[in-house]
Ligand binder design. Structure first.
Ligand code: ZN
Length: 682
C-alpha cells in the first residue's frame, strides 16, 4: 500500500529561490547529464544520476555493489509473478531480437521491437499501470515469420517440443485480448482470483483462498504475520495449499543468487546492526518463515544509522486482487544528508502534526512512534521498482510493526530531480494550466512543493492515525489501497499550507503550497486522464485517490466556487479561487477517510471511491487526450539503472566504479543474459 508513484505529469520548473533546507541541486548534480533516453508507445525512458557516489569510501561502494547485484537477481521473479507465460514469452522475443536474419529495418520489425520494449518495461505482457494486456502490434503471420527466421535452438522449448508447438501455445496468450485479459481483476461482481492473470493462484477460487487464510488467522493475535505474503496458492487433489517462495521452494534459483550476494555484503556491512539486518533477511529467504520476515522488518526499521540502506524482498501487495501476495522488489540507496534535514524536521515534530490534525481524537495516535524519514539517493533499482520507479517508499507494511516500531520513510530525490529535469520542456504545464499566473507560480515553486508533499505523505501521512480496537487491518478489502493513499495525500495537502511549515523553516512562505494545490487539482481532474484509454475507467489506486480528492473538493466547494471550471477557446481549465477554503475541504475529507479506516467502514469507503474515484468524465477525457496528443508525450516514465562495477585484482576488490548506460535495449538484454535464473515456467 505504501508506495508513492510519480503523480504529476507537469513541467515543474526550476527552483528560483533558495531557503535553508531545500538542496540546491546545482551543487550536487552534473549539469551536462542527459536525463532523457528514448520514447516508445506510452513510455518515456529516463536515466538518473547518482551524485556523491564518488565521495563514498571503498568499503561503502563495495557494499553498494553487492546489494546492487542482489537487486538485479530477482528480475525474473517479478516477470513470473506478473503472469505464468511471461518468462517464456520474453525469451521467445529476445531470441528473435538477437537472431532474426530477415529485414530488421522493416516497419513490422520496428513494431515488434516496440512490443518487446513494452514487455521489458512492464515486466510482462500486462501494462504496468492499467494491468490490461497490451497487444503486439504485429500480425500472427508476421510473428511466425520472425520465429521461422530466427535460431530455433534459442527458443525456450520443452523436451521434444518444436517452435511451432510452443508458439501455438503462446499466440493466444500474446495476441488474443480475451484470453487472460487482465493481470489484476478488480471487478467485484466476478471471482477476482479466477479473473486475474497474476501468477499467485492456480486452480483455486476466490472463496477457497479466502477460506484458506481465514482459517489461519487468529483475530486475537496483536502481532499477526502477513498471511500469504510469500507464496502461491494452488489446489492439488482437491486440497488447497501454499507453495512458498524461498530457498528450495518456488523461485529458489533466483533466491539462491540473492542470498549469495547478501552473504557477500555481510563482510562489508557498516555496523553490527546492519549486519544483523542482512543476516535476518538471509534466514528469511532460506526458510520463508513469515515470523522471521517480521523480525527482519523490526531490525530494518530500527537501523537508522547506516548511510547505505536497501529494500529487498516480497513487499507490496498491489498486484494481488486480494491484497495478500507481494511482488518482489529491490532498491539500493544511500542517504542524501543535506536534503534529509528537511524530513528530520518533519519527523521530530510528528507528534505536533498528529495532535493538530483535523482527525477525530479517538483515531489519533496518542504517541507517534519513530516516524523516521530521510531523503535518499538511489543507486540501483530492481524487480517491481524497475524500470517504473516509485518516488517515495514507506515501509514496513505490517500495521503492528508500524504501530510499535514506526516506519522508515524515504524520498528518492535523485529520481524526482530527474523527472523534473526531463519535464522542463514538455509543454504540459503551458497547455493545461489555467493561466499565466499559474504557470509562473508552478515554475517558481513546483519542485520544492512536490518534494515536500512527498515528505509529508510518506513521513507523516501513512504513519498517522490508529484503528479502533478490534477492527481488522484488511477490513476495507479492495478499497484499502486507494483509501490509504487518499489518507496520506490529504494529510500532506492539509499540512503543506500550514503556517507551521514556515515556522519550521521548510517553506519560505505559503505561496509554495499554492503551487502544490494547483498541480494536484489539475492532475486529479484532468491531466492524469492522459493515462487512461478512451472508454475505460480508473483502476490504479493512486489515480483513484487523486481523482477522489479532487472531485470531492470540486463538488463540496461548488457553492463557494472554490474550484472553478473555465472554458476558453473550447478548452477546459480548472482554477482554484479560494486556497484557504480548499485547505479546509482537504481537512474535512481527511477526517472522514481516517474515520473510515479506523472503523473499517467498508460501505462508506466503497461509496467514496466508486462515486468520486473511478468514473471518468468521457467528454473531458476525449478533450484531454486530444490536447495531450498534440504534445507528442508519453504519460509513463521509467529509468535505466547506472552500472555499478567492481574492479578486482588478485581476487580482491580494489575499486568500484559507476557508469551511466544510455541504451535501453542493451541494458535489458544485459540483464536477461546475466541475471536470468528461473525456468521458463514456475
Ligand atoms: Zn503512499
Amino acid at each position: 500500500m505504501i508506495k508513492l508513484k510519480i503523480s504529476l505529469i507537469v513541467t515543474m520548473g526550476m527552483i528560483l529561490f533558495s531557503c535553508n533546507n531545500p538542496v540546491d541541486k546545482s551543487e550536487t548534480q552534473d549539469n551536462s547529464f542527459d536525463f532523457f533516453v528514448e520514447q516508445f508507445a506510452d513510455i518515456r525512458i529516463l536515466r538518473y544520476h547518482v551524485p556523491e557516489f564518488e565521495k563514498l569510501t571503498l568499503k561503502q561502494k563495495e557494499l553498494l555493489y553487492y546489494l546492487s547485484q542482489a537487486a538485479l537477481c530477482g528480475r525474473d521473479i517479478f516477470f513470473d509473478q506478473n503472469g505464468k507465460y511471461n518468462l517464456a514469452i520474453r525469451r521467445v522475443l529476445e531470441n528473435i531480437y538477437k537472431t532474426y536474419s530477415g529485414d530488421r529495418t522493416a516497419e513490422d520489425f520496428k513494431n515488434f521491437e516496440v512490443y518487446l520494449k513494452r514487455v521489458w518495461f512492464s515486466n510482462g505482457i500486462y501494462h504496468h499501470y492499467s494491468t490490461d494486456k497490451f497487444l503486439p502490434g504485429i500480425s500472427t503471420d508476421y510473428f511466425m515469420h520472425l520465429v521461422q527466421h530466427s535460431d530455433s535452438s534459442g527458443f525456450p522449448l520443452k523436451a521434444g517440443q518444436q517452435p511451432g508447438n510452443l508458439m501455438q501455445e503462446l499466440i493466444p496468450v500474446m495476441f488474443d485480448a480475451e484470453v487472460m485479459p487482465k493481470k489484476v481483476c478488480q471487478d467485484t461482481d466476478k471471482d477476482i482470483v479466477a479473473g486475474s492473470a497474476v501468477n499467485f493462484y492456480h486452480n483455486v477460487s476466490q472463496q477457497e483462498v479466502e477460506q484458506f487464510y481465514e482459517k489461519m488467522k487468529n483475530p486475537e493475535d496483536p502481532r499477526p504475520v502477513s498471511y500469504g505474503l510469500n507464496s502461491k496458492v494452488v489446489k492439488e487433489d482437491g486440497k488447497v495449499k501454499e507453495i512458498i517462495w524461498k530457498e528450495d521452494g518456488m523461485y529458489t534459483e533466483a533466491i539462491e543468487k540473492i542470498i549469495f550476494w547478501l552473504g557477500k555484503s555481510l563482510a562489508v556491512a557498516e555496523t553490527p546492526e546492519q549486519a544483523s539486518v542482512i543476516q535476518k533477511l538471509i534466514s528469511y529467504y532460506k526458510t520463508g518463515n513469515l515470523k522471521t520476515w517480521d523480525e527482519y522488518n523490526v531490525l530494518w526499521v530500527n537501523d537508522l544509522n547506516s548511510h547505505i540502506d536497501f529494500v529487498n524482498g516480497f513487499i507490496e501487495t498491489y498486484d494481488d486482487p486480494l491484497g495478500l501476495k507481494a511482488t518482489w522488489e529491490a532498491v539500493v540507496n544511500f542517504k542524501d544528508l543535506k536534503a534529509t534535514h528537511r524530513t528530520e524536521v518533519l519527523s521530530s515534530n510528528a507528534q505536533w502534526f498528529e495532535d493538530n490534525s483535523p482527525v477525530a481524537g479517538e483515531y489519533k495516535k496518542s504517541e507517534v512512534k519513530g516516524v523516521t524519514a530521510k531523503v535518499i539517493t538511489v543507486a540501483q533499482l530492481g524487480g517491481a521498482c524497475y524500470p517504473a520507479t516509485p518516488i517515495g517508499i514507506n515501509l514496513p507494511n505490517a500495521d503492528w510493526i508500524r504501530k510499535e516500531h514506526g516506519s522508515k520513510s524515504v524520498t528518492m530525490e535523485n529520481i524526482t530531480y530527474a523527472y523534473d529535469q526531463a519535464n522542463q520542456k514538455t509543454g504540459m504545464l503551458e497547455e493545461f494550466a489555467s493561466g499565466e499566473e499559474e504557470i509562473e507560480h508552478v515554475k517558481k515553486y513546483g519542485f520544492l512543493a512536490g518534494n515536500l508533499h512527498v515528505d509529508l505523505h510518506e513521513c507523516l501521512g501513512h504513519g498517522s492515525g490508529q484503528l479502533k480496537p478490534g477492527v481488522a487491518s484488511d477490513a476495507l478489502k479492495n478499497y484499502m489501497a486507494p483509501l490509504e493513499e487518499t489518507r496520506a495525500d490529504l494529510f500532506a495537502l492539509y499540512y503543506i499550507m500550514d503556517e507551521k511549515m514556515v515556522d519550521l523553516g521548510l517553506l519560505p512562505n505559503l505561496e509554495v503550497a499554492k503551487a502544490e494545490y494547483m498541480n494536484y487539482i489539475r492532475n486529479g481532474l484532468m491531466t492524469q486522464l492522459t493515462r487512461i484509454q478512451p472508454g475505460k475507467d480508473i483502476e490504479q489506486a493512486h489515480m483513484r485517490n487523486r481523482q477522489l480528492i479532487s472531485k470531492w473538493c470540486m463538488e463540496k466547494g461548488k457553492a463557494d466556487n472554490v474550484i472553478e471550471k473555465i472554458t476558453r477557446d473550447g478548452k477546459t481549465y480548472f482554477r482554484i479561487n479560494n486556497f484557504e477554503k480548499l485547505r479546509s475541504l482537504f481537512g474535512e475529507l481527511l477526517r472522514e477517510v481516517q474515520r473510515i479506516k479506523s472503523e473499517g467502514d467498508y460501505q462508506a469507503g466503497k461509496d467514496l471511491v466508486e462515486t468520486y474515484g473511478v468514473k471518468v468524465d468521457r467528454e473531458l477525457h476525449r478533450e484531454v487526450l486530444e490536447r495531450y496528443e498534440k504534445l507528442n508525450l508519453a504519460p509513463y516514465s521509467g529509468f535505466l539503472n547506472p552500472e555499478i562495477t567492481a574492479v578486482e585484482k588478485d581476487g580482491t576488490i580494489i575499486d568500484v566504479t559507476i557508469s551511466y548506460p544510455d541504451n535501453y535495449a542493451e541494458q535489458m538484454m544485459f540483464y536477461s543474459d546475466n541475471y536470468s535464473y528461473l525456468p521458463d515456467y514456475n
